[in-house]
Design a binder for this molecule. Structure first.
Ligand code: HEC
Ligand code: HEC
Length: 347
């Protein structure tokens, strides 16, 4: 990260926090679906939560580069990959590991390396070189180019923000979109729309989930050796191979979503018939919910990503005129069931 913008960002966070009511710790309503934002309430010791972004701040003031992680120096590899990297080489901000170059077309420079002088970290760092992405960011592989351009414009204009002011990587995404040139936006839209998308979630209905820790920006990792925790009315999602995701950023890795018993059947009824509460998703998202024209596919994306979008739209921080009637009458439980079912689809 370029030092000067970082220091300016920190100073302006301090100034903004000192000068308005948001200097209080964030108090979100008790029924807030924290799990969709990668936060488990009540917070456990060791959970790393970004500082809240004051509503008065510009997104760039709230980009939060996370805390440096000491590198253990161990060279690791992934099945079928030719290279080895240490944890921090795999995570290099301006040139993260590209384990499987054969899985995608050649990357534009902004995807592979970002732009350090302008503080744009590589798209491949968060979304991976192949665009599959993770639960805490987004799945950009195979999205329609027109939709990618629309979303970059929405982030830049402030009509797409996270409803949870602690979601620092969404704030960073907004900063990136506001900083990119039009030519770069065109390149990334063409690039990520050309990478093949693969559904990536296994949904398990259960009363219990693995104990997890929150890593700070929305990823959850299982705690080894801990007894399971009651799932309650939420979805807990973790990488299928936690070490590969955490230490190597495995771009082929999928996710496991633990969902309350009965959610798949409830979700299926809502998604496929509308059940007098909503509109059949396939009307706009395509027959198998894999996308239609400029409308993005949703099938097989992580449950937490789906829920976060529905919730952000419901709170009004993500504007979407066409989705407004879809979510208007949905309760949080129904959105949870829909998210579990959509995540489970593997057309
Ligand atoms: C620091 C991590 C980070 C980096 C770097 C990053 N993004 Fe993102 N991006 C995010 C997050 C987080 C979201 C989703 C926010 C949310 O939950 O709504 C996102 C969402 C998106 C979306 C919307 C996806 C959808 O389905 O609506 C697009 C498109 C996107 N990013 C493109 C890019 C491009 C292009 C770059 C590089 C120029 C980039 N991102 C760099 C974190 C990042
Ligand atoms: C009337 C058309 C329409 C219907 C019906 C519809 N959607 Fe959408 N949806 C959209 C559009 C258009 C977008 C892209 C955002 C935008 O431009 O508003 C979108 C975006 C989304 C997103 C965010 C995708 C991303 O990549 O970030 C999710 C999640 C979603 N819809 C879920 C659903 C679900 C679940 C249903 C069914 C219950 C549904 N939609 C029904 C039009 C629709």
């Amino acid at each position: 990260m370029n030092r000067v913008p970082k220091i300016l960002a920190l100073l302006s966070i301090a100034a903004a926090v000192a000068s308005d009511a948001y200097s209080q710790p964030v108090q979100l309503p008790a029924d807030w679906p924290d799990w969709a934002y990668g936060v488990l309430s009540p917070l456990e010791e060791g959970d790393r939560i970004a500082p809240a972004c004051p509503s008065t701040a510009r997104p760039i003031d709230c980009a939060y580069p996370g805390r440096p992680v000491p590198d253990d120096g161990i060279q690791r590899s992934l099945p079928g990959a030719a290279e080895t990297h240490t944890r921090n080489q795999a995570y290099a901000n301006y040139g993260p590991a590209d384990w499987y170059p054969g899985d995608h077309p050649p990357m534009p420079a902004i995807v592979a390396n970002g732009n350090e002088p302008r503080g744009i970290r590589a798209c491949a760092l968060c979304h991976y070189p192949n665009g599959q992405g993770k639960m805490e960011n987004g799945h950009v592989a195979g999205l329609p180019a027109e939709y990618i351009l629309q979303q970059l414009a929405a982030f830049a204009a402030g009509t797409r923000r996270s409803a949870d002011p602690r979601k620092a990587n969404t704030n960073e995404m907004a900063m990136i979109a506001a900083t990119m040139t039009d030519a770069e936006k065109q390149q990334v839209a063409e690039y990520y729309s050309s990478t093949p998308y693969r559904p990536m979630v296994r949904v398990i209905e259960t009363d219990e989930a693995p104990a997890v820790r929150a890593t700070g920006n929305g990823l959850m990792l299982p705690l080894e050796g801990e007894p399971p925790i009651p799932l309650g009315n939420r979805i807990i999602e973790v990488p299928e191979f936690p070490e590969r995701t955490e230490m190597m950023r495995d771009p082929r890795g999928g996710f496991v979503a633990y969902a309350p018993v009965g959610s798949l059947a409830r979700g299926e009824a809502l998604v496929t018939t509308g059940a007098s509460k909503t509109v059949q998703c396939s009307v706009c998202h395509g027959q198998d919910n894999m996308g239609l024209g400029p409308i993005p596919g949703i099938a097989g994306r992580t449950a937490s990503y789906i829920m976060r979008q529905l919730w952000d739209m419901k709170q009004g921080t993500r504007a979407s005129p066409l989705m407004a009637p879809v979510i208007a009458n949905l309760t949080q439980d129904e959105m949870l069931a829909i998210s579990a079912y959509i995540a489970s689809l593997s057309p």
